[in-house]
Write a protein that binds this ligand. Structure first.
Ligand code: NAD
Length: 503
């Protein structure tokens, strides 16, 4: 309790400045209100208190930011990779220095528990280091000599890009999208989620203090349907890197059509964790719990569908239920808290509505299925059993600490259930049968699969989904493929025969 009070006291000092000034835009190195001078209120999901006002920007503000990004582009493009690397490392160093401030603000702004957010801040720093290290080689290409030509390829940054991020782990996701864009030599206009604007502003300040030239990174706050839409439609913005819901991705694709926008989508999921009877069931239990109940279940890669082999289901589900009942729900700044409040009333109502859906569909609510009394948007960690894959609780992304368990008899049935979904972000397979693991992962429709493991990110590996879960990949060189254009140049090596028309 004493630790919680200490943390709350520190939080107040970190937030004081936002209470005074609100969250302003930052364009070309200058603070800016929305041109309309309009703001919207940002409340904490912890106690519903008003944290601060936020600039409610529109198309005009986006245009000013896009112009700034366009003006800054030629100089940033021509900064050497080695220099970009230095700046990105300085940003990483400053993130580490301010990691507590970032984590505390993120917890209060989003409801995510400190135990996860302190790591997320450091992961943000790692993203800058990782892509900073790749910056010097980003333009490298190939030599593809032919009989008559020395063909070479090189890559050039695509230009000013728009980055649109969601409210779950907003700090880490902003770094994940923006660090490779800067490393590639692009300039950026960032539109963070309206529910969680604070740490995007801190990140932007860190970047400028670390020596990033004005205009290379611009921050514009506002609603998705106004500021976000205008960004996706802006002619000077060459690409949109988007993380969010599948239906928003679909809207962005339409909005960007007139300007032939390149898009990269990291979208929703309804990811299966498939547990076979021959698995290490203790480890499978730990991983299945971690992947749905950490980060409040507000996690695109969460294992929200548990497929458990019928022969071991009774015992596994009984042990699972006991553990879920003991998950600690509480204030996000309490270091012992495992689940905090959901981001917002709107999302809380959505998650809560699935408790009724489960009852109506005939599933069993084995644990939870209720909200918590008192302030804040808290729900109890919830486990649905006796479900089947036709139910909405098995098909729709709930995006809360809610697990739907389904039994299967054999491998064919498990695969059919696992793939019977519109999504395809991740899959988790638990078995000690190596050939089965190879067979199963080959047929499982997902962009990322872990065998006998929870999601453990390794930055050089490709991150992204198939089907309604996304288009494109991040990580390693895949990020540069999005933020850069391939260019081919052929140099004649002699006097090859050129067709002579009209000669
Ligand atoms: P969302 O789609 O509602 O909003 C995301 C962002 O898009 C916000 O900044 C919002 O303002 C903006 N936006 C909304 N409408 C827009 C429009 N018409 N044009 C341009 N921008 C618009 O998503 P959310 O509710 O903030 O986030 C949760 C979703 O994100 C979940 O579906 C989750 O699975 C997904 N997500 C995916 C990944 C991944 O890597 N695949 C990672 C994190 C979150």
């Amino acid at each position: 309790m004493a630790q919680l009070q200490d943390n709350i006291d520190k939080l107040q000092t970190y937030l004081a400045r936002f209470r005074d000034t609100g969250v302003l835009n930052r364009i070309a190195g200058e603070d800016a209100e929305a041109a309309s001078e309009e703001t919207f209120d940002n409340h904490s999901p912890v106690d519903e208190a008003l944290i601060c006002k936020v600039a409610k920007s529109g198309a005009g503000d986006i245009d000013v930011a896009a112009q700034a990004a366009k003006a800054a582009f030629p100089a940033w493009r021509d900064v050497s990779g080695a220099e970009r690397k230095k700046i990105l490392h300085r940003i990483a160093d400053a993130i580490v220095e301010r990691a507590e401030e970032i984590a505390f603000c993120e917890c209060y702004d989003t409801g995510q528990a400190l135990r996860f957010m302190s790591k997320a801040a450091l992961r943000g720093a790692e993203n800058f280091r990782f892509f900073g290290d790749l910056a010097p080689g980003a333009r490298d290409g190939k030599q593809l000599p032919s009989q008559t030509l020395m063909n070479v390829t090189t890559r050039v940054p695509i230009g000013p890009v728009g980055v649109i991020t969601p409210w779950n782990t907003p700090f880490m996701l902003s770094t994940w999208k923006i660090a490779p864009a800067l490393a590639a030599g692009c300039t950026v206009v960032h539109k963070p989620a309206e529910f969680s604007p604070i740490t995007a502003r801190i990140l932007m300040e860190i970047a400028e203090e670390a020596g990033l030239p004005p205009g290379v990174w611009n921050l514009v706050n506002g609603y998705g349907e106004e500021a976000g839409k205008a960004l996706t439609e802006h002619a000077d913005i060459k690409a949109i890197a988007f993380v969010g819901e599948s239906k928003t991705g679909s809207m962005i694709m339409k909005q960007g059509a007139d300007t032939l926008k390149r898009t990269h989508f990291e979208l929703g999921g309804k990811n299966p964790v498939v547990v076979f009877e021959d698995a290490d069931l203790d480890r499978a239990l730990d991983a299945a719990i971690f992947m749905i109940y950490s980060l409040n279940g507000e996690r695109c890669t969460s294992s929200s569908r548990l497929l458990i082999q019928a022969s071991v289901a009774d015992e596994f589900l009984a042990r699972l239920a006991e553990r879920v009942k003991r998950i600690r729900v509480g204030h996000p700044l309490d270091p012992t808290t495992e689940i905090g409040p959901l981001i917002h009333k709107v999302h809380f109502e959505k998650v809560r509505s699935y408790f009724d859906t489960a009852r109506e569909e005939g599933a069993t609510i084995a644990v939870g299925g209720t909200e918590r009394e008192g302030d804040g948007w808290y729900v109890e960690p919830t486990l649905f059993t006796n479900a089947n894959n036709d139910m909405r609780i098995a098909r729709e992304e709930i995006f809360g600490p809610v697990l739907t368990a389904i039994t299967f008899d054999d491998e064919d049935e498990a695969l059919a259930i696992a793939n019977d979904t519109s999504y395809g972000l991740t899959g988790y397979v638990w078995t000690n049968d190596l050939t089965r693991a190879m067979r199963f992962t080959d047929k499982l429709e997902a962009g990322m699969i872990w065998v006998n493991s929870e999601n453990v990110r390794h930055l050089p590996t490709p991150f992204g989904g198939v089907k309604a879960s996304g288009i494109g990949r991040d990580g390693g060189d895949w990020s540069f493929e999005f933020y850069m254009e391939q260019k081919h140049i052929g140099f004649a090596t002699g006097h090859h025969k050129i067709p002579q028309l009209g000669a």
